[in-house]
Design a protein around this ligand. Sequence first.
Ligand SMILES: [Zn+2]
Length: 132
Amino acid sequence: MLGKGSRLYSIRTFTCPRCQEGQFFQSHPYDLKNAGNIIEHCPSCGLKYEKEPGFFYGAMYVSYALGVAQFVTLWVSFNLFFPWIGTYAQIAIVIFVTLVLAPLSYALSKIIWANLFYHYDKEAIEQHRSAH
Ligand SMILES: [Zn+2]
């Protein structure tokens, strides 16, 4: 399920959703100057990542879902494992974790969004090569 050909492979390796070879982002998520900036075309298969203008605005839905998941995970962990941590400390930890994970969530939301629309195609690189 985590191997090549699955969406999770593209997501966890930050590679092209179609060929899963070419890189997706200009840089890693914590290079804050270029955080979340996407390369225009996949360097390996030529896929244009931004399907249409504004395509990546949709990633906001994914970002929201990730934010909720993160909050619920923290809240459940506090209640199950650290019930002695006070409410204000919990809020502070939630804010801290949210800030620290923000660049990663931002990048993840974009690559997850792209993976909802593009599918793995192992022929993609060959076709791209023979067309050029
Ligand atoms: Zn590609």
